[in-house]
Design a protein around this ligand. Structure first.
Ligand code: AQP
Length: 332
């Protein structure tokens, strides 16, 4: 298919911490399935990351690492546009414009804002509040058809669709209305210590999170300590959130169904089950870890990838922005 006829996919990950198996299973692992048939833009969203205070040297390091992880997870820069959000200034420009088409009431209803402001009571800044308008800009700049994300981003995606429709209604068709792609089997990986809460890279409890780059020893230790319940039966059920979460992770890495998993551990204790989950997870991430180690050692290659990606993204973003500026009435 000609490059121009391809549908467009956009997604991003914040370089706000070491990436978790939630980021991997809910988002990044699915990105490469679009590489052949779609025009794909995968962004390291550093502008979003500063809505929570970051240590500058850490932010810089994690920006490189997130890009290297994209590649280690199978995203070939020849087939996917990989870039850093702040390298394409139209994200901030359209973000501001869409702020003016997004309602205070809409932003006030966003659960991520409520959660993050509860966690960062010392720094409830305006950027944290308007985060979804910037996310809408990220998506709409590329005339995106499909946005692969975990279910926690569904509310933001719906807001992006609403803002796009509002703008289109006011000024005639300007933005494509995007659809989400939410993987049904891994849409929300939960904390290993508090299995009713999402696994988040910024969780201060390290035992709650498995990082993509954790060593096998760390992975095994974390699964060994994972919270289950007072029962002994490996069964998928709403009233067994810890065990169900471990089964979801095991299914994703082993390819086994829930029925097969239940049969495999019938009559065995949670100890054996947790070890099997740890083994499957460590094995599933081994190649990613090795590839990451190779890629992160070559900073100049990563810089060349981000530069080429930004140039490509800039061309697309500029086209949308000139349309937006004209429709709003800005003088060129
Ligand atoms: N636990 C999860 N299960 C499934 N998907 C998840 N995602 C994040 N956590 C899970 C998906 O990963 C993508 C990138 O997320 P992000 O870095 O942009 O921000 P986030 O959703 O806020 O992720 P974190 O890990 O919770 O980061 P912090 O702690 O910095 O806020 C998104 O597609 C997300 O759905």
């Amino acid at each position: 298919m000609a490059e121009n006829d391809k549908k467009i996919v956009f997604s991003g990950v914040q370089p706000s911490g070491n990436l978790t198996i939630g980021n991997y299973l809910g988002a990044i692992k699915n990105f490469s399935r679009f590489s052949e048939e779609y025009k794909t833009f995968y962004c390291v969203v550093d502008l979003h990351a500063i809505t929570v205070r970051q240590v500058p040297a850490e932010l810089r390091k994690r920006t490189y690492e997130t890009l290297a992880l994209y590649m280690a997870c199978g995203l070939d820069p020849q087939k996917n546009t990989l870039f850093v959000q702040s390298h394409v200034p139209q994200h901030a420009e359209l973000g501001w414009i869409l702020d003016c088409y997004t309602m205070f009431g809409e932003l006030s209803r966003m659960t991520q804002f409520k959660d993050k402001s509860a966690k960062n009571a010392q720094n409830i800044n305006a950027g944290l509040f308007t985060y979804p308008a910037l996310m809408a800009a990220d998506i709409l700049l590329y005339q995106t058809d499909i946005v692969p994300v975990g279910i926690d981003q569904k509310q933001h995606l719906e807001l992006a669709r609403d803002v796009a429709s509002r703008f289109n209604l006011l000024y005639s068709d300007t933005f494509k209305i995007p659809e989400g792609y939410i993987p049904q089997d891994t849409m929300k990986i939960m904390s290993l210590q508090e299995p009713t809460a999402k696994m988040s890279k910024s969780d201060p409890n390290e035992n709650a999170i498995v990082y993509i780059l954790d060593s096998k020893d760390d992975i095994m230790r974390k699964f060994k300590r994972a919270v289950t319940d007072s029962d002994t039966c490996v069964r998928y059920s709403e009233d067994k959130p810890g065990v169900s979460n471990l089964m979801t992770i095991y299914r994703a890495f082993s390819g086994k169904s829930f029925d097969e998993i239940e049969r495999e551990f019938d009559g065995k204790g949670y100890g054996d089950f947790k070890m099997a989950v740890g083994e499957a997870c460590a094995d599933g991430l081994k190649d990613v870890r090795e590839e990451f180690a190779r890629l992160i050692a070559d900073k100049s290659h990563l810089e060349a990838v981000m530069k080429a990606g930004a140039e490509e993204a800039y061309g697309y973003a500029r086209r949308t922005m000139s349309k937006v500026r004209r429709k709003i009435g800005f003088v060129n």
